[in-house]
Design a protein around this ligand. Structure first.
Ligand SMILES: Cc1ncc(COP(=O)(O)O)c(C=O)c1O
Length: 425
């Protein structure tokens, strides 16, 4: 089982059998409130009828179409709508099947771009400690979570790391984006000087680190990174696999922070988690540069399931729901209530930090000495038993509900968590 303590799980399995709206149901029909939108990937709630219908129709019409040297209408239609949804800040999208594949694709795109410009020596990537960029060898090598690396020694070379921006001493209990740490972006100058700018292909960061336990960028940090990348002529990639598609009540985190990267990796909410799909958004100059080459295939990369018809149908239906049901506006209208409810947990046993932005929240617990993660895991298991799905990283509880939630769901989620924390040892 992926990222699972298999032996522990098998002692008391957790199984869900169906889902609708804000809830999963287990095999006995017991409701479980989804506090995490699956794995951050179901912004519109489960089994949305518009998406279900679209996928049903798609499978009965065109079950599969190769994307090599041919195409199908929904793939092009979705690409156009995605560019539109991004505010036309990008020129193209390239389809993948997951966040990990989006990251590896973006890396290859960047390398191919530099080579096409006659700068093939630009091969080095700069990412960040505590970053998560999926589990492919590319993304794993960029990733800065030690547990995800240590079993697999054979990482890609040529990666350097910005410092993470986690700092409880300065930023604990921040509401929204924290104040302290903007200067950490300046580390990019030092890394660039060390390796020489002529060797650097791109900087990649999550605008907000989700998998590391919701680490927020300090105020102005991302803007400064953008400025420094521009100063050095380095491409900037935002990994928006969890922040894309409304998590911050804006289409992308780049809209929330008003910082536009050169490439953006996405997946998850793109199809509301219904059919696996990812997409790399890239500025038009990347496509145009790659096309400025002898006739033939311009980018030797792609997947059997790139632009799968079912995924495209789910993607188009998701964009329709975002628009017609004004989901971002609704999410925005919930953010203050969400923030207040989260911060009402201050003072409960073990709580050492609460942080939030958009419809994201984190509850950090003090660790049991010598048993990092055990306390949050106990809360996770108890919450599931009491009908609430949360997610944990170490002793951080991460919350990222479907964006369609109402105040009653927020009350239920934090009410149950407060009760559980009071009885947690
Ligand atoms: C920022 C980021 N990048 C990449 C990934 C990997 O996505 P996937 O699990 O779809 O491969 C994730 C997954 O959570 C993520 O949060």
């Amino acid at each position: 089982m992926p990222f699972t303590a298999n032996r522990d799980y098998k002692e008391a399995p957790r199984v869900v059998a169906s889902a609708a709206g804000m809830y999963y149901r287990d095999q006995d029909g017991r409701e479980i409130l989804d506090g995490t939108a699956g794995l951050w990937c179901v912004p519109l709630g489960h089994s949305h009828p518009t998406i279900v219908k679209a996928v049903q129709e798609a499978i009965a019409t065109l079950d599969y179409a190769p994307a090599f040297q041919m195409g199908h209408p929904a793939a092009f239609e979705l690409a156009e709508q995605l560019i539109d949804y991004s505010g036309n800040k990008f020129g193209q999208v390239f389809y993948t099947n997951s966040g990990s594949e989006s990251v590896d694709t973006a890396m290859k795109m960047v390398l191919a771009y530099h080579r096409a410009r006659g700068e093939a020596q630009r091969t080095r990537f700069i990412s960040r400690e505590r970053g998560y960029h999926g589990v492919g060898f590319g993304g794993m090598s960029l990733g800065g979570l030690p547990a995800n690396r240590k079993q697999f020694a054979n990482l890609l070379g040529g990666v350097d790391y910005l410092p993470h921006t986690y700092n409880l001493e300065k930023n604990a209990y921040s509401r929204g984006i924290p104040e302290y740490g903007t200067h950490l972006a300046e580390e990019l100058d030092r890394i660039v000087a060390l390796h020489d700018v002529s060797t650097i292909a791109a900087v990649i960061v999550e605008p907000l680190s989700g998998s590391a336990g919701v680490i927020l960028p300090p105020k102005g940090y991302l803007k400064r990174l953008r400025e420094l990348c521009d100063k050095h002529g380095i491409l900037l990639i935002f990994d928006e696999v969890i922040t894309g598609f409304g998590r911050m009540a804006t289409p992308f985190a780049s809209d929330f922070f008003d910082v536009t990267p050169d490439l953006m990796t996405t997946a998850k909410g793109l199809t509301n988690g219904v059919v696996p799909m990812g997409a790399v958004f890239s500025k038009a100059m990347i496509y145009e540069t790659l096309l400025d080459s002898p006739a033939g295939i311009e980018f030797f990369h792609g997947y059997t399931y790139s632009g799968h018809p079912l995924a495209c149908a789910a993607g188009l239906a998701s964009l329709k729901v975002f628009k017609e049901e004004k989901v971002l506006e609704h999410a925005q209208s919930m953010t203050t209530y969400w923030e207040d409810a989260l911060h009402s947990l201050k003072g409960l046993p073990h709580v050492i930090d609460l942080r939030n932005v958009g419809l994201i929240g984190a509850i950090e617990l003090a660790s049991i000495p010598g048993k990092v993660g055990a306390r949050a895991m106990a809360v996770y298991k108890q919450a599931f038993a009491e009908g609430v799905l949360i997610r944990t990283t170490g002793d951080i509880i991460a919350l990222s509900p479907p964006l369609v939630l109402e105040k009653k769901h927020i009350d239920d989620l934090f009410g149950k968590l407060a009760d559980i924390l009071k009885k947690t040892v």
